[in-house]
Design a protein around this ligand. Structure first.
Ligand code: FAD
Length: 305
């Protein structure tokens, strides 16, 4: 069917997951659409042309929002505004130590685009676009979220968020797979999560640098020891970067300001910004990576008391 003015584009809107998977098997190159806040920019301003589009706004399985024993189950087509509302309810109902991640996501969403975009943009659209300046992807990684992926034969596999981003706008999804949902684990007692975003403007602006950090501390012989830590930066490379050497150094250390100098030295090694790095303002952005950690250290020491 060729309609003048419609440029031969096919637009599908399945009502069931099985229909979506069938369409995916017929059109492995089709674009999935939810809020269109990424795809719309690509087609309108970057001359991208997609022949087949599948709107997944009406597939119930992708809209799940469930509280489960091990954490939250968030469907990939859930809108960011819906997620905000859901997280507020969860925080009100659950024990405070369990929801440190929920608080961090909620605070990050406050400065994610503006109301209009959050009303339409989805969790999965943000993840699958894999923008290097996504405000949420470093957080999913730091929090230890898992992604559930379904293929056209209905097989579901789970992968850790930290393994999902493979390169510039490249993710661990095959042509016959789609992102089904995000599993967000509860935090444990004395486990703290914090989000960071620095942009030119507070509202409706993209990040110069952002980050997600998580630390679990345990008491041993009267000292607080770092037992687990995750530090992930966005906006500094093609994919969110984990500060692996810094994490390794911190585990097993006593949590006091004596560890800061060495942490800053290691962070500079873990998160190098070349002089000609895309985005410019290299000195400023490098200092942000250190100051985010300093703020995180202050946050954890404040929260534990
Ligand atoms: P869509 O455009 O509908 O889809 C995006 C991509 O994801 C497509 O390639 C689609 O095929 C793929 N996709 C979607 N769902 C699935 C799935 N289930 N499985 C596989 N692939 C899938 N981002 C930030 O991080 N922070 C900001 O502050 C921010 N501000 C913005 C401000 C404006 C004005 C605009 C236009 C965008 C902004 N963005 C920001 C980016 C954008 O809003 C987000 O990435 C958004 O979450 C994308 O969701 P969507 O539903 O609109 O995606």
């Amino acid at each position: 069917l060729k309609l003048n003015g419609f440029n031969g584009i096919r637009w599908y809107r399945p009502l069931k997951l099985e229909q979506l998977l069938y369409l995916r098997s017929c059109y492995p190159d089709a674009k999935l659409i939810i809020g269109n806040s990424e795809v719309g920019v690509e087609t309108k301003f970057k001359n991208a042309q997609y022949k087949v589009m599948i709107s997944v706004t009406h597939v119930p399985e992708l809209h799940t929002l469930k509280v489960e024993e091990h954490g939250l189950h968030i469907g990939s087509a859930v809108r960011l505004a819906q997620l905000q509302k859901f997280l507020k309810n969860v925080i009100a109902e659950r024990g405070s130590h369990e929801t440190s991640s929920c608080h961090a996501i909620l605070r990050q969403l406050k400065w994610f685009a503006g109301t209009q975009i959050r009303n339409v943009a989805s969790v999965g659209g943000n993840i699958c676009t894999a923008s290097p300046i996504s405000d949420l992807n470093p957080l999913w990684m730091a929090i230890g979220a898992n992604f559930q992926i379904i293929d056209v034969n209905n097989n579901v596999r789970t992968t850790a968020a930290k393994d999902f981003f493979l390169g510039y706008r490249k993710v661990d999804l095959k042509a016959d797979e789609i992102l089904l949902s995000v599993i967000l684990p509860w935090t444990r007692p004395y486990e703290y999560v914090k989000e960071f975003k620095q942009a030119h403007r507070r509202e409706d602006d993209i990040a110069l640098v952002n980050a997600g950090m998580r630390m679990h501390i345990t008491e041993a012989e009267g000292n607080w020891i770092v037992s687990d830590v995750s530090i992930v930066y966005g906006g500094v490379a093609a994919v969110p970067l984990t500060a692996a050497k810094t994490e390794k150094f911190l585990v097993g250390k006593k949590l006091d300001d004596g560890l800061l100098d060495e942490t800053f030295n290691l962070l500079k090694e873990d998160i190098p910004l070349a002089e000609n790095a895309p985005g410019g303002m290299v000195e400023f952005r490098s200092s942000l990576t250190l100051s985010f950690f300093f703020k995180f250290f202050l946050y954890v020491t404040h929260e534990m008391n």
